[in-house]
Design a binder for this molecule. Structure first.
Ligand SMILES: NC(=O)c1ccc[n+]([C@@H]2O[C@H](COP(=O)([O-])OP(=O)(O)OC[C@H]3O[C@@H](n4cnc5c(N)ncnc54)[C@H](O)[C@@H]3O)[C@@H](O)[C@H]2O)c1
Length: 248
């Protein structure tokens, strides 16, 4: 049921952290993976790519997801190299935290551009390939911050809430073509993005399961949504947060 053999997945922001783990888990379950990030050299798997030879199973692509034209070029190249695309995981994301009254315009724009426009760009350019798949899937990595808001993260929260609106709208537009669109809202996951946070004890107290998540906790939720098991789920947001954003 979780076998993705014969399917091609595009994962953005796949050089490290949650994206890298998603790429690895999808690959472990049989998918061919196009791993997109700012530079191919930073991708640990780019070194092993030639071993796959003509039968590509995993290839790194260099692309800034905020660049609409470059995203089209890369989307078309991936579809050509792999012979189609079945799964898109919009994972690339950044944070530039500050209180709203101190936030620079450039920090607001940068976060919205990567986290929201980047997902639009890849969804826009890959839809023509996804709709030819019998099992087309778009999975957007949002955040519980997009559900709850957070002091010091107005730009990040706006981008992640926007991603949920994008998810639901695309789910309605793409349903007629058999492509499902869902979002995952992770809580506090141990990666580079969270490594510098202070007062982690305060965060722990707010998490009912009293522990931080791992990238693999998010990756298995992606695997589920990408698989045949989730074929009747669309427009949904799945929290992977240890209960942090549970509503009463
Ligand atoms: N870590 C957490 O606690 C957490 C919680 C909720 C949501 N998320 C979301 O999960 C996703 C992955 O986060 P992470 O913790 O692994 O972060 P990370 O910083 O470890 O990795 C992010 C990756 O995205 C890439 N990237 C950044 N800007 C890019 C661009 N313009 N074009 C292409 N690639 C770009 C980076 O090079 C990096 O490889 C993000 O969308 C993040 O917002 C993370």
């Amino acid at each position: 049921m979780f076998d993705l053999t014969g399917r091609t997945a595009v994962v953005t922001g796949a050089a490290r952290g949650i994206g890298l783990t998603i790429a690895q888990v999808l690959s472990d379950h049989g998918a061919s993976v196009a791993a997109v990030d700012l530079a191919t050299e930073i991708h640990p798997v780019s070194e092993v790519e030639p071993a796959f030879g003509a039968d590509i199973k995993y290839r790194a692509y260099e692309c800034d997801v905020t660049d609409f034209d470059k995203a089209k070029q890369i989307a078309d190249a991936i579809a050509r190299d792999f012979g189609g695309v079945d799964i898109l995981v919009n994972n690339a994301g950044i944070a530039r935290d500050n209180l709203l009254m101190r936030m620079q315009e450039s920090d607001f724009d940068a976060v919205l551009n990567v986290n929201l426009k980047g997902a639009f760009n890849f969804t826009r350019h890959l839809f023509r390939y996804l709709m030819r798949s019998k099992t087309g899937r778009v999975i957007n990595i949002s955040s519980v911050i997009g559900l709850m808001g957070n002091a010091g993260q107005a730009n990040y929260a706006a981008s992640k809430a926007g991603l949920i609106g994008l998810t639901k709208s695309a789910a309605k537009e793409f349903a007629g073509r058999g492509v499902t669109v869902n979002a995952i809202a992770p809580g506090f996951i141990e990666t580079n993005m969270t490594a510098g946070l202070q007062n982690t004890d305060e965060y722990l107290k707010a998490i009912p399961l009293r522990k931080f998540g791992r990238p693999s906790d998010v990756a298995v939720a992606v695997l589920f949504l990408a698989s045949d098991a989730a074929s009747y789920i669309t427009g949904e947001v799945i929290r992977v947060d240890g209960g942090l954003a549970m509503s009463s």
